[in-house]
Design a protein. Structure first.
Lengths: 237, 347
């Protein structure tokens, strides 16, 4: 079978790099891309949808802006039209993103700063959740938390979960080399000391549980709101 | 009262509503928000068992008779704590107000606890209204929706100076319980509206008040749990947790319960059906039957027994509201107080 990599696939593939900042999952697999089409002339149209009319406007803005950025960066397209649908702040978000105006200008008088700090906060949560994913096998096999604190990245067998954790750490400017400690404070980047390891692992598990529960609820709400699957959507649990 | 396997459970539904959300109550020019809000609530209902789903028409305008049947006749609830949510920018007569709740409550003495609410952006007028409501309805609790839109503002934090003025006034009036419900907007919009650190500060500064964080801070369970370990007067309101996860996502439900039992403890968790989003019947029956899946990933979590379920379903809320519980429905032996069960973590 010959795979035909269409223009649409190329755009969808790019959109796969855009994540919901709260759920730390691509907007494609979450089902947030309702439309992705590219005309023969190279005009790309992307429409995004969210689980509710009132999903938080700051996260919504980030997703629309990120989607616009990744599609615009693709060579060979004549025009790019990315917009959010069915959302209370859609008009403000879409106008702001199309004008590349930033969050503060898009929500005139309602926002005090751009969203970098918000994004950072949630990447830090993703690092914690990823730490649980990677450490769970050690804990499950009876490794003492203090022992886990002595492990470095090189001590961990390669896995998709480890790759993902390292990518999130890199986004925060945290250490990712083979000698780097497995457990680090997401704020300071310092190694977690052995006596604090149990608490750190507890927080990591808690954070992962929170994100997974949110994802479950968001998927359920989206399925009620839209019966049709999104472009690139994957159903889970 | 619910009875199963010879055990009797006194049920306090600590978070429920009677709303009017039909098109006849939508504010002109704000119809899209009123519609969007109730449709969002309706989507939550879809996370419960299929046979309990309502049409959107019924969901917008269920009746007093529906409520009495679903909550008390079929739903095992002994006492229901009525929580108001005003949303007057979107709903002409309010989504559900203290007065509307009282109209129903007065027809059924002893079955409802009438909570009221305040909005710190309402100034002196709001303080007077709060005092009037407490006097007239005997309210011991307030429900705060921090994402409520009010005259151009998209929300507030409990740490805003005006909010402290209101909390102090509420305490002076005899209010004991503050139910906090976070939503998607706040001032300024670039901050995380669901962040619960303001509850943390307020709980420290008002140690005489209890703060019940509804839907356990969802979508910020992790922040909520960590905060709750440090604040003895912070409680986990289970509305949405049972309704939204127990049926739809049983694995995640078990994990969330495990984390809550570990960090917060069974003495500080309270059941709330969130009616009319979900009927209490299936939630109570399912919760009493519920146990951790027999899988290694759940082995570390504290267990929840019959006594713990009795506390969560009613006895904890009864304590918060001084609701008299018949002797036969009390625990057989008094168990240790609140925080002892949870793991206090030094920060």
């Amino acid at each position: 079978m010959t795979a035909v990599f269409t223009e649409k696939d190329r755009v969808l593939d790019a959109l796969g790099a855009v994540r919901d900042p709260e759920l730390d999952e691509p907007i494609t697999t979450l089902g947030f891309v309702s439309t992705c089409v590219v005309s023969a002339a190279g005009d790309a149209v992307v429409r995004l949808r969210l689980p509710t009319y009132f999903c938080a406007p700051n996260f919504a803005f980030l997703m629309v802006a990120d989607a616009y950025d990744v599609v615009s960066a693709l060579p060979g397209l004549r025009s790019v039209d990315v917009a959010l649908e069915d959302h209370f702040a859609a008009a403000q978000i879409n106008a702001g993103v199309a004008a590349r105006a930033g969050f503060v200008a898009s929500f005139d008088g309602e926002a005090a700063a751009e969203l970098d700090e918000l994004r950072r906060t949630f990447v830090a949560k993703a690092v914690l959740a990823g730490t649980d994913q990677v450490c769970r096998p050690f804990v499950a096999s009876g490794t003492d938390p203090a022992e886990v604190a002595r492990l470095t990245i090189a001590d961990v067998p390669p896995s998709a979960e480890l790759d993902r954790l390292l990518r999130r750490r890199a986004e925060l400017g945290l250490s990712t080399g083979p000698d780097a400690p497995l457990l680090i404070d997401v704020g300071t980047g310092e190694a977690v000391a052995a006596p604090a390891a149990a608490r750190h692992l507890g927080l990591a598990r808690l954070t992962r549980t929170g994100i997974e529960a949110n994802t479950g609820i968001c998927r359920g709400m989206l399925r009620h709101r839209y019966t049709e699957s999104g472009a690139g959507e994957e159903e889970q649990e | 009262m619910y009875e199963k396997n010879g055990e009797k459970y006194f049920v306090v539904d600590s978070h429920m509503h009677m709303w009017k959300a039909g098109p006849d109550n939508w504010v002109k020019g704000a119809e899209q928000y009123a519609k969007g809000w109730i449709e969002c609530f309706h989507a939550y209902q879809s996370l419960g068992p299929k046979e309990t789903h309502w049409t959107i028409e019924k969901f917008m305008s269920y009746t007093e008779d529906d409520l009495m049947k679903d909550v008390f006749e079929d739903g095992y609830v002994d006492v229901a704590i009525f929580q108001p949510t005003y949303l007057k920018e979107w709903y002409t007569e309010g989504f559900n107000t203290t007065e509307q709740n009282a109209n129903l409550g007065e027809k059924h003495p002893g079955m409802f606890v009438l909570n009221t609410r305040f909005d710190p952006r309402d100034g002196d007028v709001g303080l007077e209204e709060l005092a009037r409501n407490v006097e007239r309805y005997g309210s011991r609790g307030v429900k705060l929706y921090t994402a409520e839109w009010n005259a151009g503002s998209r929300g507030y934090k409990l740490t805003d100076p005006a909010a402290y003025t209101y909390l102090a006034k509420a305490q002076e009036l005899g209010i004991k319980n503050i139910h906090v419900h976070k939503g998607p907007t706040i001032w300024p919009l670039d901050k995380d509206a669901f962040d619960v650190s303001d509850v943390d500060h307020a709980a420290t500064d008002f140690p005489e008040l209890n703060f019940i964080v509804e839907h356990v801070g969802l979508p910020r369970i992790e922040d909520f749990c960590f905060m709750a370990t440090q604040e003895p007067n912070v409680y986990a309101g289970l509305s949405v947790v049972i309704g939204g996860l127990m049926h739809a996502r049983p694995q995640f439900f078990a994990k969330v319960m495990g984390e809550l039992l570990f960090w917060v403890g069974e003495d500080k968790m309270t059941f709330g059906s969130d009616y009319g989003i979900w009927e209490p019947k299936w939630q109570i029956e399912g919760f009493v039957d519920w146990e951790f899946p027999d899988q290694p990933e759940f082995a570390d979590y504290p267990r929840l027994g019959v006594d713990g379920k009795k506390k969560i379903l009613g006895l904890n809320a009864a304590k918060l509201y001084d609701i008299k519980v018949p002797d036969e429905l009390q625990l057989k032996e008094e168990t240790p107080a609140a925080q002892d069960d949870s793991k206090l973590v030094a920060s």
